[in-house]
Design a protein around this ligand. Structure first.
Ligand code: NAI
Ligand code: MG
Length: 498
C-alpha cells in the first residue's frame, strides 16, 4: 500500500491514509501484531488517525531490511548518495504545505508561526547535507617514505534514530540526512505523540532511495525504542528527548559498546544588561521562549536574567507583547500560539505553574487569552506565564518545564549573574544582550553552553554545530563535523612498499 506522491493538503484525509503503518523495506506495512494506537488532535481531543504499534518483531524486520541494504548503499559513490538525498530534499520542498498541515494537526503547533516554518527548513537540511558527500575524505600521514599511510572514512552500518515530538521533522532530518550521505542506512523510531508527518517524509523518500535504506517505526519507548537501541545490528544510536530516557539509551549502548549522540534538555539563560536594546531583547525573549510553540523547546530561554535598572520595563513590555499573541486553532492562519502536545505534557506544565505560584515571593503574570471557540473547548491550551520575584534556586528556575513558563530574575552584579547563569545542571544555549562588546565577549567566554549568541536568538542553522554540555547531551548535530564524527569511523591503512 502507498499513498499518493502528489501533495495532499487535507491533513485529515492524509492522517487516515497513513494510519496503522510503519514504513520499512520499501513499503508501508502493518505491525506484526496488527495493533495500533490513536493519534489525537490536541486542539479538539478528536482521534484523527491511528499509528502502528511497533514492538520487537517489527524492530527485527526493519533492522534486518536496513542491514541487508547497507552494503549496497555504501557502494554507491558518496556524491551519488548525496544526489539521491538532494532529490529527496527537492521532493520534500514540494510537500511543505502538506507536511505543515499534518504536523499542525498531530502536534497542535500553529501552522503559520511554527509548522510551516519547520516543514520548510526540513527540505533545506536535506539539501545542505546532500552537498557534503565529497567531504567524506581521509588524510595521508607522513609516517615513513616507504610506508604509504592514510585514513578513510567508513560508514558505521545501521543507525537507530529516536525522535522527540516537539520538532520531529527537522530533528529527523538532522539525524538521517548526514547518516545517509555517509553511507549508513537508518531505522527511525518516531515519538508516540507525532508519528504521521515523519512517516509521510520517509514514505516519500522511500520512492527515491533503494528499499531498506530508510525505515521508520512508530511505537512507545519501552516496546519499540528499547529493542531498537538493543538490537545487535544497530551500530549507532542518535537520540533527542529527556535526560531520563537519554540515560537509559546510553546504558544500553554501553552494554553493546556502540557510539551515541544525545540531544537532551535545557534551561537556557538569557542575560539582559542595563544598556541592551530593549526592543531587540524583548523580541529575543519571545523568540527564545518559543511562546508560539507553547514553550515546548529544549533551547527555550526559560531563565531570563534582567538588570535591575530595566527589569520592570522589560517585564511590562514583554507581557504586553505576549498578551497580543493570539491563541487558537493550530490550522487557522490567524493563530500565533497553538496547543500543548498531549495531556501528559499539559499536566506536567500545570504542575510546574502550581509550584511556581507557591514559591516564596513569586508573582505570576498570566498572558494572552484562552480561545473561546466552542470547537476548541477540549483543546490543550495553556496561557503563557511569566514569573517574577523568584531566584535561580527555585524549582521553576532549575527544572526543565517544556511549556510556556519562564522566570524573569532580577540582577545587579555582573559576576553574580554569570555565576547564576552557569548554576544549572544544563548547558544547551545562552544569550547575552548588550551594546558593550567587551562585556559581551567576556560573557560568551564564560557561559557554559553549547551555543551562545549575542543580541540574537536564532534556532539551529545548517553547518553550525548544535548540541549541549553538562546534562544537555553528548555530541553535536547539524554540521559537517557532526556527519564525520558521528556517522563514520576512521580506518587507518598502511602499505609497506619496501
Ligand atoms: P522521552 O525522552 O521519554 O521521549 C523521547 C523519545 O524517546 C520518544 O520517541 C520515546 O518513545 C523514546 N523513548 C522513551 N523511552 C525509551 C526507552 N526506554 N528506550 C528507547 N527510547 C525510548 O520524552 P517524553 O516522555 O516525550 O517527554 C518528557 C520530557 O522530556 C518533556 O516534558 C521534556 O521536558 C523532555 N523532552 C525534551 C526534548 C528535547 O528536545 N530535548 C524533546 C522531548 C521531550
Ligand atoms: Mg517519556
Amino acid at each position: 500500500m502507498t499513498t499518493a506522491t502528489t501533495p495532499q493538503t487535507d491533513p485529515f484525509a492524509l492522517a487516515r491514509a497513513l494510519s496503522g503503518r510503519h514504513f520499512y523495506d520499501g513499503a508501508l506495512r502493518e505491525s506484526a501484531s496488527g495493533r495500533t494506537f490513536p493519534v489525537v488532535n490536541p486542539a479538539t481531543g478528536e482521534e484523527v488517525g491511528a499509528a502502528a504499534f511497533g514492538e520487537a518483531a517489527d524492530v527485527e524486520a526493519a533492522v534486518r531490511a536496513a542491514a541487508a541494504a547497507q552494503k549496497g548503499w555504501a557502494k554507491v559513490g558518496a556524491r551519488d548518495r548525496g544526489k539521491l538525498v538532494a532529490r529527496c530534499g527537492q521532493l520534500l520542498s514540494e510537500h511543505v504545505e502538506e507536511l505543515a498541515r499534518l504536523i499542525a494537526l498531530e502536534t497542535g503547533k500553529a501552522l503559520r508561526t511554527e509548522s510551516r516554518v519547520e516543514a520548510s527548513v526540513l527540505a533545506d537540511a536535506f539539501t545542505f547535507f546532500a552537498g557534503l558527500g565529497s567531504e567524506l575524505k581521509g588524510e595521508t600521514v607522513p609516517y615513513s617514505p616507504t610506508v604509504m599511510t592514510m585514513t578513510v572514512r567508513e560508514p558505521i552500518g545501521v543507525v537507530g534514530a529516536i525522535l522527540p515530538w516537539n520538532v520531529p521533522l527537522l530533528l529527523m532530518a538532522l539525524k538521517i540526512a548526514p547518516a545517509l550521505v555517509a553511507g549508513n542506512t537508518v531505522v527511525v523510531k518516531s515519538a508516540e505523540e507525532a508519528p504521521l508527518a515523519v512517516l509521510r517524509v520517509i514514505e516519500l523518500m522511500g520512492g527515491i532511495l533503494p528499499p531498506g535504506v530508510v525505515n521508520i517505526l512508530s511505537g512507545f519507548g519501552p516496546e519499540c525504542g528499547a529493542p531498537l537501541v538493543a538490537h545487535p545490528k544497530v551500530g549507532k544510536v542518535t537520540f533527542t528527548g529527556s535526560v531520563e530516557t537519554g540515560k537509559i539509551v546510553y546504558r544500553t549502548a554501553a552494554e553493546k559498546l556502540i557510539p551515541v549522540t544525545l540531544e537532551l534538555g535545557g534551561k537556557s539563560p538569557m542575560i539582559v544588561m542595563a544598556d541592551a536594546d530593549m526592543d531587540q531583547a524583548i523580541a529575543g525573549a519571545i523568540a527564545g521562549m518559543r511562546f508560539t510553540r507553547q514553550g515546548q523547546s529544549c533551547t527555550a530561554a526559560s531563565r531570563i536574567f534582567v538588570h535591575d535598572a530595566v527589569h520592570d520595563e522589560f517585564v511590562a513590555r514583554l507581557k504586553a507583547k505576549v498578551d497580543a499573541m493570539r491563541m487558537g486553532d493550530p490550522l487557522d492562519e490567524a493563530t500565533d500560539i497553538g496547543t500543548i502536545v498531549s495531556h501528559q505534557q499539559m499536566e506536567r506544565v500545570q504542575g510546574y505553574i502550581a509550584i511556581g505560584k507557591e514559591t516564596d515571593g513569586a508573582v505570576a503574570h498570566v498572558c494572552s487569552a484562552l480561545p473561546t471557540d466552542p470547537r476548541l473547548a477540549k483543546g490543550l491550551f495553556i496561557q503563557p506565564h511569566i514569573f517574577t520575584g523568584v531566584t535561580n534556586d527555585s524549582r521553576i528556575a532549575r527544572e526543565e518545564i517544556f511549556g510556556p513558563v519562564c522566570c524573569v530574575i532580577r540582577w545587579t552584579d555582573y559576576e553574580e549573574v554569570i555565576a547564576a547563569a552557569n548554576d544549572s545542571e544544563y548547558g544547551l544555549a545562552a544569550t547575552v544582550w548588550t551594546r558593550d562588546l567587551k562585556l559581551a565577549l567576556d560573557a560568551v567566554n564564560r557561559l557554559e553552553a553549547g551555543f551562545v549568541q549575542v543580541n540574537q536568538n536564532l534556532v539551529v542553522q545548517p553547518n553550525l554545530s548544535y548540541g549541549g554540555v553538562k546534562a544537555s547531551g553528548l555530541g553535536k548535530e547539524a554540521s559537517l563535523e557532526s556527519m564525520l564524527e558521528h556517522f563514520t569511523h576512521k580506518k587507518t591503512i598502511m602499505i609497506n612498499m619496501k
